[in-house]
Ligand binder design. Structure first.
Ligand code: NAP
Length: 299
């Protein structure tokens, strides 16, 4: 490790060099190394974050091995998030969502899910309160589960609309234990959007390479609507272009990615990382399609 040359300040409460990592398969596309290494560099922390390709069958060895090797913490991504529930001690939220994206290795092996809080913070960052708002979540997959649980917990009135309506109904049943929620298919979306304050696309529709895709067009929107697309590749999806056309406010998927990472960083280190540095690192990497694990960027 040659990270000491990047020391800018002294972190008094986090003075050991530590390794961190994201596990998944495939993993080479992950933006987490570039984002976390930028934060470590900016804070002058002698820490390093890397991507590891791990198959589901090896997940338990990988998590326990990282703990034994003194890793500071882990992120998990596809296809490991659900499997981890049987290996770690999940928080209530991770259990509800049914997936773990952050592993804390300090006191035992605790599994968190920070995706929902990432989405919530992306909204509050833009001054959008959640309590009492009508939120329409498109999708009922892993990301939609995290968002629906978090926003219902925060007091939003949540409608989950999904192509496979049975999945929306199953998710709504789960979320109804903690908040106000209902399920729907895609029929009648325009009418639903009339009463919606915040529309969140948490399907993969519009994601590269299928960039012309959108479930909602400008004629279905209104200017008081906030449209949040969690897809970040491309940064400006067709849905966000349609929202601009309708005069609606827009939020792209980068800040959810950044805030879920910032929350993980805080869980591991107790330190609030510089989200502006993390955001710049992610936007630069997306802009250049260049993602080098372990490189000091964004500072
Ligand atoms: P997932 O679990 O596979 O769920 C995919 C969802 O998209 C399902 O609801 C699925 O509906 C729906 N869908 C897929 N193709 C569709 C189509 N042609 N028409 C209508 N609905 C369709 O995926 P995920 O993990 O939730 O991720 C969803 C998207 O969010 C991905 O693009 C991912 O990159 C992005 N994401 C972003 C962040 C961030 O931090 N910004 C975090 C997590 C995920 P069915 O149930 O009917 O199949």
């Amino acid at each position: 490790m040659h990270l000491s040359k990047y020391f800018l300040t002294t972190i008094n409460n986090y003075d050991n060099m530590k390794l961190f990592g994201v596990l998944g398969d495939p993993i080479s596309h992950s933006l987490s190394p570039v984002m976390h290494n930028a934060a470590f560099c900016a804070l002058g922390m002698d820490c390093s974050y890397h991507a590891f390709r791990v198959k589901p069958d090896s997940l338990e060895y990988a998590i326990k091995g990282a703990g034994a090797l003194g890793f500071g913490g882990l992120n998990l991504t596809i296809p490991l998030k659900e499997k981890a529930l049987g290996i770690v001690e999940p928080t209530e939220m991770a259990k509800n969502i049914g997936a773990v994206n952050t592993v804390e290795l300090k006191n035992g092996i605790v599994g968190h899910n920070t995706d929902g809080i990432g989405a919530q913070m992306a909204l509050t960052d833009r001054g959008i309160g959640i309590t009492g708002k009508n939120v329409l979540v498109l999708g009922a997959g892993g990301a939609a589960r995290a968002i629906a649980f978090q926003l219902a917990k925060d007091g939003a009135s949540v409608t989950i609309a999904n192509r496979t309506v049975e999945r929306a109904q199953a998710l709504a049943r789960d979320v109804s234990k903690i908040g106000d929620v209902r399920a729907s298919g895609f029929d009648g979306l325009k009418e639903m959007i009339r009463d919606t304050d915040v529309l969140i696309n948490s399907t993969s529709v519009g994601m590269s390479p299928n960039t012309p895709g959108t479930l909602v067009t400008s004629d279905m929107m209104h200017p008081d609507l906030t449209v949040f697309d969690i897809v970040y590749n491309p940064l400006k999806t067709r849905l966000l272009l349609e929202a601009e056309k309708a005069g609606a406010a827009t939020i792209d998927g980068v800040m959810m990615l950044v805030y879920q990472g910032a929350e993980a960083f805080k869980i591991w280190t107790g330190i609030s990382p510089p989200v502006d540095v993390m955001e710049k690192a992610v936007r630069d990497a997306l802009g250049s399609q260049h993602n080098v694990a372990g490189a000091c960027v964004g500072v």
